[in-house]
Design a binder for this molecule. Structure first.
Ligand SMILES: Cc1cc2nc3c(=O)[nH]c(=O)nc-3n(C[C@H](O)[C@H](O)[C@H](O)COP(=O)(O)OP(=O)(O)OC[C@H]3O[C@@H](n4cnc5c(N)ncnc54)[C@H](O)[C@@H]3O)c2cc1C
Length: 333
């Protein structure tokens, strides 16, 4: 375990806003958590757990205490003729795990290539993209429970995964340390996403072809946070009833929406923001991406507060025009 004071978080989150952790603790193995918990009871109550910081906006200059999972490994745990169980430390970059699985001919997470997540947070957020989500491969999730002072293991059934949600989000006492995923040895291409279906309609793609295509699509659409600070989609797609949608359609016939449940649908937040005139808008160094209106960006020196001010203006404007309340997807601290 490493404990440091006054650590800059600028390069430890993808918005790259100026912010410091008064105390920054790195967890290198599971035993560190017992030690930390026994020395500082209830420490988790005032701490922020941080992975890759790709879903965070820091609006304060100082955060009192940040705990970061630095447990990094990838290991094959079990295999039979059809399946393999892979275990990865929570601090492993998610995309390193995807690359490892693709290189070892294991099917299941190739569509999730390029998501800037830690392995710890992949189940917590139930990360998803291009027709796939973490829930489909979840096997076991290991964590340390700061309330019971014990290690805990969750199976997929315990966690009620749904769209970008899992029960782990309601368990602030759990520090996720490692994950186990169940993958297939035989080809199982998931081409449900339109662009993949079009590209591969005449052939069975290899794992590498799927991964490379997804990385290419992502690179063309999503600003690279190493070059322009951002946290991916800033807002959730708002959910409304079919009746509400019908009323909206009368005024906005081209409104873009996705089916959600039998009685509800999701309105595209990107469409609402673009229609309200915000795409490509810039205020100082805070802006809305010109290529993807759902992504707020830091062109260099924007503070977290600058980004939040812009987000609030977008929320107000979408409410005024459409009577719809946008909610941030990103965690604002
Ligand atoms: C360019 C870009 C593209 C993106 N594309 C996608 C996409 O396609 N699909 C998608 O689903 N998401 C996407 N995201 C969002 C983001 O990558 C995911 O939400 C990701 O899972 C966040 O992981 P993280 O490690 O960065 O978490 P962080 O931002 O560090 O933390 C997120 C939450 O997890 C908690 N946490 C952190 N570590 C632990 C731990 N060890 N134990 C318990 N809780 C912990 C934090 O306190 C916080 O509440 C994108 C983000 C960016 C910047």
């Amino acid at each position: 375990m490493k404990i440091n004071s006054n650590v800059s978080l600028k390069d430890k989150h993808t918005f790259h806003c100026e912010c410091y952790a008064e105390t920054f603790i790195e967890i290198d193995n599971e035993d560190d958590l017992y030690e930390l918990d026994s020395k500082y009871p209830d420490i988790y109550k005032k701490a922020i757990f941080l992975g890759e910081g790709s879903d965070m906006l820091f609006t304060q200059k100082y955060l009192p205490l940040v705990i970061h999972c630095n447990i990094k490994f990838i290991e094959l745990l079990e295999e039979n003729i059809n399946n393999v169980i892979i275990c990865a430390g929570g601090g492993t970059h998610w995309d390193d795990l995807v690359k490892y699985c693709v290189e070892n001919n294991l099917w299941g997470i190739e569509n999730l290539s390029g998501i800037p997540s830690s392995c710890s947070v992949a189940p917590l957020q139930n990360i998803g993209a291009y027709g796939a989500e973490f829930a489909e491969v979840a096997y076991k999730i290991h964590g340390y429970n700061f309330k019971t002072h014990k290690k805990e293991v969750f199976t997929s059934n315990d966690l009620s995964f749904s769209y970008r949600k899992s029960k782990l989000q309601q368990m602030p006492e759990i520090f996720i340390t490692k994950i186990e995923i169940l993958l297939h040895k035989t080809p199982k291409p998931n081409l449900s996403y339109k662009d993949l279906k079009n590209k591969f309609q005449y052939k069975n793609p290899s794992l590498k072809e799927i991964r490379n295509t997804i990385l290419e699509i992502r690179n063309n659409k999503i600003p690279n946070p190493d070059k322009i600070g951002n946290a991916g989609s800033f807002f959730k797609n708002p959910i409304c009833s079919i009746e509400e949608l019908e009323i909206l359609k009368k005024e906005f016939p081209d409104i873009y929406f996705f089916p959600y449940t039998e009685k509800k649908c999701k309105i595209s937040a990107a469409w609402l923001i673009e229609k309200a005139g915000w795409k490509g808008h810039r205020e100082g160094d805070a802006g809305v991406s010109p290529t993807h209106s759902l992504i707020l960006v830091n062109y260099g020196k924007a503070t977290g507060q600058d980004i939040l001010n812009l987000a609030n203006k977008i929320i107000d404007s979408v409410r005024d025009i459409f009577n719809i309340e946008l909610e941030p997807e990103v965690k604002i601290l």
